[in-house]
Ligand binder design. Structure first.
Ligand code: ADP
Ligand code: MG
Length: 408
């Protein structure tokens, strides 16, 4: 889904109050009755509320729904985008929205700037995106199991909140993850990693150390109580340039955390091993690097800090040293938040389906939706030229977004 900010400048304060009322009313109502919207908005005249509702509906920030008993409105994705952007604009963590830099399976990623002109990344969670091929199964699951039907917006908010909490704690503990800056509803603002996903990597100054560092990351995360569960070349960024201050720095940063689980999860061992295998497979196939399986090897990379075994094993190697899972109430550990279970099932269901279906394909490492031509393309030297052409196309849109947000 595209981020549509083009209507923002037309909204009045009253419109905003009414939109906010629809959002609050949605907590308990799938369809928010007009009388409740009016009551929550705090506006004096009902005709004022109705006028705003009409304007918001025209701009597709709310949509009209009928149910058996009454007519009412619900917030659309445009509406919730607007609410989140407005909140972050008010907090000064966001100033302008730029180009899309990535479209994930369950998210849209934009380059944004704060008011000091510092570039950052905005990740908008969009669970239930129809282009994703397993979505139908998961929708059915949610329809059957969730009280209010398939509430993708609720799950997107939950996914963003979870990701923000995980990133905040992991970053504060020195894990190599982007610094998170702000979070509202289904949107996160974080550090921009100037680099590229590892899937495009074919050369690196120290392949064995990069491999070893990644395995150590999985292990240290496990020792802290957590498993990433989607640890693969698409969710590892490699920095373009290293600052040179640490000659041992292999330049990787791990992203994408909504599906993390606790090491106390019943399938912890399976997911841990799958993370390890993804890295192992990538290095073997694309980097032509496969360390020996000899478990007597004490140091695989010759740097003295390498992991003892080439392939970490959950049962043998994970030794709890910290309880980040308990701090985060990661799924598999607590049922305190009722939505966690749905989130876990929805997100994990998508990931698993993807692994499963790609296993059946010839080239098991390229998930559905990933453009394998693009991979070739990034390796070629033409990439830079094409990229700048695309940028000039999107330049106008970027300017428009900037202008709109400044006008708010
Ligand atoms: P999804 O959950 O949809 O897979 P990701 O968090 O993996 O979303 O992000 C999708 C893509 O966006 C990544 O593969 C990467 O190219 C880009 N991206 C995400 N976060 C950042 C970041 N902090 N800095 C730079 N690029 C990023
Ligand atoms: Mg990802």
């Amino acid at each position: 889904m595209k981020l549509d900010t083009s209507h923002m400048r037309y909204l009045t304060n009253e419109d905003f109050q009414v939109l906010s009322a629809v959002e609050r009313g949605s907590i308990n109502h799938e369809v928010v009755p007009t009388s409740l919207i009016h009551q929550l908005s705090g506006l004096r005249s009902l005709s004022g509320t109705n006028r705003s509702i009409g304007d918001l509906a025209k701009l597709k920030l709310v949509s009209k729904l009928r149910n058996a008993k009454y007519d009412g409105y619900r917030l659309t994705y445009n509406g919730i985008d607007y609410m989140a952007l407005k909140t972050m604009l008010n907090r000064d963590s966001l100033y302008s929205v730029g180009n899309t830099i990535g479209v994930g399976k369950e998210s849209d990623i934009y380059k944004v700037s704060d008011k000091n002109g510092v570039e950052k990344v905005m990740k908008i969670h969009r669970l239930g995106r129809t282009s994703f091929h397993t979505v139908r199964n998961n929708r059915d699951y949610l329809r059957k199991n969730s009280k209010n039907g398939a509430n993708w917006m609720f799950l997107s908010k939950l996914a963003a909140a979870k990701e923000y909490q995980f990133m905040s704690l992991l970053h504060s503990r020195g894990f190599r993850v982007p610094e998170p800056f702000d979070h509202s509803r289904h949107i996160i603002i974080m550090e921009l990693i100037k680099g590229f996903p590892m899937t495009r990597l074919r050369k690196h100054q120290n392949v064995p150390k990069l491999y070893s560092d990644l395995m150590k990351f999985i292990l240290e995360l496990g020792n802290s109580g957590l498993i990433h569960c989607d640890f693969n070349e698409f969710n590892i960024m490699i920095k373009d340039k290293l600052d040179g201050s640490d000659p041992n720095d292999t330049g990787f940063i791990v992203i994408d955390f909504p599906q993390c689980i606790s090491i106390q999860h019943q399938d912890a061992s399976f997911y841990f091993q799958r993370d390890v295998d993804c890295i192992r497979r990538f290095f073997k196939k694309k980097m032509k690097y496969e360390p020996k399986t000899d478990s007597t090897l004490l140091d695989t990379d010759g740097f003295g800090d390498g992991y003892k075994y080439p392939y970490p094993d959950f049962e043998r190697d994970v030794k709890r040293q910290d309880n980040l899972d308990e701090l985060l109430q990661a799924s598999g550990y607590t049922k305190k938040h009722p939505g966690d279970r749905d989130l876990e099932d929805a997100v994990q269901g998508m990931r698993d389906a993807e692994y499963h279906s790609s296993d059946e394909e010839e080239d098991a490492e390229i998930p559905e939706g990933y453009d394998s031509d693009a991979d070739e393309y990034y390796d070629s030297e033409e990439y830079d030229n094409e990229d700048s052409e695309e940028e000039s196309d999107e330049g106008a849109e970027e300017e428009e977004n900037e202008r709109i947000i400044e006008a708010l």
